[in-house]
Design a protein around this ligand. Structure first.
Ligand code: ATP
Ligand code: MG
Length: 356
């Protein structure tokens, strides 16, 4: 559509529709009259023309679509016997609302398929997990792999190995809740006498071979050690695991991670685990520069657990967020028609005119 055609189409619309189109695009749009609103929308369309056109057409067609649209299912029923979201429109291969998309939007059933507990099968470590453990025998290691890849396996195997060599292990996490979870998990794995926890709230089995603590507590231990009060645990320290190490970049708390890494005893191996470090090579290079041991990077970006994006309306209606089962990054115009309908419904219910 040319800019002229878009302008003509906008001019034909009621101002209420233009306001809905402006939501999220233009701040304080409700102060503008129709002509001003169209100018602002045309200006905003320079950022994402296909998105604006697609939303406009969806809004124009909405009254005709609302009538026949099947309501989105509530979660439990959806899993028991899901139906196609947005049917019957979704079944028609080429309606105008597809707006250039020949594929019908993904159905709720297809979008939910495959979720659940997989059948049991023998555990085979992934190549990157084997590689990380092999590298850790020689160097410090930064692991930067997606969420759900299995970083805990590397932490557990590395811990078991250090403990076999009578070295103590410190596992740090940024959150007390995560520390508590890991304490329970590792106590089950290694035996309760082998595992201790030190957080602001809890101090149990503080002389154990594997100590779980928040990063702040480890930093304070290292401060004490630097001041001459050497803690016995640090003498035998063989491995420091820093889970969620992307906190190094946190504007408030990052300094704690930085100081911990700088003060970490040179005889201990470092294992940094993260799903979301943007520049892991820089971190590995920095650690190589400041520590006597070089640091290797284990990195990959392939997700073993694919992401699905959905929209759960406060009234418990669930729908895929996008037309596709996967997430079409950078293509917000591919929003699922049912998600758009629910958004609009929610905005109508909660918008400024209602709250006045
Ligand atoms: N090699 C493997 N093959 C199959 N499943 C695995 C493998 N390694 C780990 N898993 C399983 O993958 C799941 C996620 O693992 P884990 O919690 O360690 O992920 P993570 O990388 O720490 O994720 P997060 O970034 O969310 O902390 C667990 O259920 C774990 O048992
Ligand atoms: Mg993890």
């Amino acid at each position: 559509m040319t800019t002229y055609e878009l302008e003509q189409l906008l001019l034909q619309q009621p101002v209420s529709l233009l306001h809905r189109l402006a939501r999220g695009r233009i701040s304080r749009h409700f102060r503008s009259g129709k002509r001003k609103l169209i100018d602002l929308l045309l200006h905003a369309s320079e950022q994402n023309r296909p998105g604006l056109e697609s939303d406009l057409i969806a809004l124009i067609e909405e009254p005709t679509r609302r009538q026949p649209a099947a309501p989105a299912e509530k979660l439990p029923q959806a899993q028991a016997h899901p139906r196609t979201v947005g049917s019957p429109a979704a079944h028609r291969p080429h309606r105008i609302e597809d707006h250039g998309h020949h594929e019908p939007p993904v159905s709720l059933h297809d979008w939910l398929s495959g979720i659940g507990v997989p059948p049991p099968q023998p555990f085979v470590p992934d190549a990157w997990q084997v590689d990380a453990l092999a590298q850790l025998a020689e160097t410090d290691v930064v692991v930067s792999v997606p969420t759900g890849s299995g970083k805990t396996y590397v932490a557990i195997e590395a811990t078991a190995r250090a403990m076999r060599e009578n070295r103590t292990v410190i596992y740090t996490s940024p959150l007390k809740a995560l520390s508590n979870t890991k304490f329970t998990e590792f106590s089950r794995l290694f035996g309760p006498d082998q595992v201790g926890i030190l957080t602001g709230d809890r101090r149990e089995n503080a002389q154990a071979a594997l100590l779980i603590m928040t990063t702040e507590i480890l930093r304070n231990l290292l401060y004490d050690a630097a001041g001459g009060e050497i803690d016995v645990r640090l003498d035998t320290l063989g491995l420091v695991i820093m889970d969620e190490s992307q906190y190094l970049a946190d504007p408030e708390r990052g300094v704690v991670w930085e100081e911990t890494l700088i003060f970490c005893p040179s005889q201990a191996r470092l294992l940094l685990l993260s799903a979301s470090i943007g520049n892991p090579q820089d971190i590995a290079d920095w650690l190589t520069a400041i520590r006597p041991t070089p640091c290797s990077l284990i990195r990959h970006t392939k997700r073993s657990v694919p992401l699905r994006a959905g929209y759960l309306h406060p009234n418990e209606k669930l729908t895929p967020l996008f037309r596709t089962a996967g997430i079409p990054y950078g293509q917000p115009h591919l929003l699922h028609p049912e998600a758009k309908r629910l958004f609009a419904e929610y905005e109508e219910e909660t918008g400024p005119s209602r709250s006045r």
